[in-house]
Write a new protein. Structure first.
Length: 401
């Protein structure tokens, strides 16, 4: 009995994926629901589980291949089928008069196994490499991407005596992942489509820092998460959006679509690139609930276990460059959203308080917005509303915990 491994439904508007990595080799034993292959979509990486207990029989697609949803990428057989096939192969090999056709099939199979993988073939073509001079580390001697990365171009004449000294200066060509390609494409598209402007303000973090210091221990004991800055800013954005709903809208053709719900995307840096998991229906959440959801989504993003649904439906995004030391930036829109808030590092600066100079922990805020539908007055007022919420959270964020 043979079961086909198919590319599963990957979410709305996702029609294809790239084979990231096979987690099992042909002949390996697999259990039902055990991940056997990793697919890369334009949003996240997805593990495809085995549908049954058995043995991986065939890999019909290779690393780097683009595959459509519903297409067959491999097969799994029950143990008895594998044993039967192995027995038949052994019997055929023991026959003294094997036909030329049989030998041809064996030779053809060997050739296929030793052919480069798609990702390796791209690098080989770009560098004009001679495959006869490359030892493949894959199954059956197949040449893999790691076998050719760092190999110098065929038409580059490098003196033998300088190879060791110059190896560290050689270029390394690594194909962009599907996620990175999509990030690049979407960000360039929004630059070409939206009329992006950025307005700035600065906020005094004194009272927020005092609240965190005073309630941190009790907060962690009660809710099991740390009281961070993101909960305050997310709550401030929610209240500001209620006052200025145009910030939470989007352009759709010749229409402006107002959203009667607030789904806040939180930008997270991962090894594979930037991703923006979404806190759904944030308008219904308290600061502790927001903090718990952010922790859950952030952990999933860094562990590469986000689901497609975790990345969809955002209406407004917050990004925090301050964790990397950024003092100020102009964040780019996350399409189709019309605004994004940029947080930055907290730095003690002299400020005038009641005509006196005081040292206060200050943070610059940046709001990038689509000027096609958001006027400057609305953007500035929105950011000023957030400033007031953070300057005095007890007054403006009435329900804190």
């Amino acid at each position: 009995m043979t079961i086909e491994i198919k590319v599963p439904e990957l979410g709305e508007s996702i029609a294809e994926a790239i084979i990231g990595k096979w987690l099992k080799n042909p002949g390996d034993k697999v259990e039902a629901d055990e991940p056997i292959i990793e697919l890369e979509t334009d949003k996240v990486a997805v593990d495809v589980p085995s549908p049954i207990d058995g043995f991986l029989e065939k890999q019909l697609a290779h690393e780097g291949d683009t595959v459509e949803v519903g297409s067959v990428i491999g097969t799994i057989s029950k143990e008895q089928d594998i044993q039967k096939e192995a027995s038949e192969v052994n019997n055929d090999e023991n026959k003294p008069n094997a036909s030329p056709a049989s030998k041809s099939v064996v030779n053809q199979k060997t050739t296929i196994e030793k052919s480069p993988s798609p990702s390796a073939q791209r690098i080989i073509s770009e560098k004009k490499l001679d495959t006869s001079q490359i030892s493949g580390s894959g199954k059956g001697g197949q040449i893999l991407k790691e076998d050719v990365i760092g190999t110098p171009n065929k038409d580059i004449n490098i003196p033998t005596t300088s190879i060791a000294s110059s190896r560290s200066e050689l270029e390394e060509i690594i194909p962009m992942t599907k996620l990175r390609q999509t990030i690049a494409s979407r960000l360039k598209e929004v630059q070409n489509t939206a009329a992006i402007l950025t307005t700035f303000n600065e906020v005094d973090m004194t009272k927020v820092l005092r609240i965190r210091e005073k309630y941190q221990t009790k907060f962690q004991e009660k809710y099991g998460v740390k009281l961070g800055f993101m909960g305050f800013f997310a709550k401030a954005c929610i209240e500001a959006i209620k006052e200025y709903p145009i910030i939470n809208s989007e352009v759709r053709g010749s229409d402006i679509v107002y959203k009667n719900y607030i789904n806040i995307g939180i930008a997270v840096a991962t090894e594979k690139g930037l991703c923006v998991p979404v806190v759904k229906d944030a308008q219904d959440l308290s600061i502790p609930e927001i903090e718990m959801k952010i922790l859950e989504l952030g952990s999933s993003a860094r562990n590469d276990t986000l689901g497609i649904e975790d990345m969809q439906g955002g209406t407004f995004t917050i990004t925090n460059g301050g964790i990397f030391g950024s003092m100020m930036s102009t964040p780019i829109l996350n399409p189709p959203q019309s605004a994004i808030l940029g947080m930055h590092k907290i730095e003690k600066r002299p400020v005038a308080i009641n005509d006196k100079i005081e040292i206060r922990p200050m943070m610059y805020l940046a709001l990038s917005y689509d000027h096609r539908i958001i006027d400057g007055a609305e953007a500035v007022s929105f950011l000023e509303f957030i400033r007031k919420c953070i300057d005095d959270p007890a007054d403006h964020l009435i329900e804190l915990f």
